[in-house]
Design a protein around this ligand. Structure first.
Ligand code: HQG
Length: 179
């Protein structure tokens, strides 16, 4: 598989594990896990292809684990729109976190804060470079907002860190944002 094929398979895995498992005949458990064998059958992919995606993925989007009964399971580490309980424990965030987005969204964000949209949480990045890459997915001019995570934590807002290092929180009101 060349790089393009791996990206294509990664996108189909994201769709199957985060958003539309029904389209693939899959039923993730409460925590979002699906047996690897079922995913491979649904995507008509080989185990070697899946290993290449899981290992080579730029963001480590997928986690694989083997249950006590020997069944290998896979889930997306974050970014779901289907209801899943990732079982993440609240974690103390760094002082500052970052959110990269389209510059065009700025007036709306400064008026109403950051909302989670179709996902379970607002996604925040640990550094400006990562946030810039997230914002660049939108096309056009981008902006990186700084989130006063320390103040949010002091005010009782909960943060979670996904297995692949994305910081998650329910919402960020504009008072904690700066440009
Ligand atoms: C925006 C990717 C206007 C928000 C990335 C974002 C990330 C508002 C968009 C992960 C708004 C939601 C998540 C408001 C929020 N007014 N726009 N009040 N509040 N927005 O894709 O953070 O590749 O759901 O700025 O790397 O872009 O999928 O969130 O632009 O980690 O693994 O609404 O997705 O990871 O878009 O990206 P998204 P996101 P994966």
């Amino acid at each position: 598989m060349d790089h393009r094929d791996l990206v294509r398979l990664s996108k189909r895995m994201s769709l199957a594990l985060r958003h539309r498992p029904d389209r693939f005949g899959l039923t993730p458990d409460r925590a979002g896990w699906v047996p690897v064998a079922e995913l491979l059958a649904a995507l008509r992919a080989t185990h070697a292809d899946l290993d290449a995606v899981v290992a080579g993925n730029d963001k480590q989007r997928f986690a694989v684990q083997r249950d006590a009964d020997g069944t290998e399971r896979i889930r997306a580490s974050q970014g779901h729109s289907i209801p899943v309980d990732l079982g993440l424990a609240p974690a103390a965030p760094p002082e500052r976190l970052f959110h990269g987005t389209s510059a065009a969204a700025l007036p709306s964000i400064l008026a109403t804060g950051l909302h989670r949209g179709g996902r379970h949480h607002v996604h925040l990045s640990p550094d400006v470079d990562t946030a810039s890459r997230v914002g660049a997915r939108r096309g056009g001019a981008i902006i990186v907002l700084t989130v006063d995570a320390a103040a949010m934590a002091r005010d009782g807002h909960l943060f979670y860190r996904s297995a692949n290092g994305v910081w998650l929180t329910d919402a960020v009101s504009a008072a904690y944002l700066s440009t």
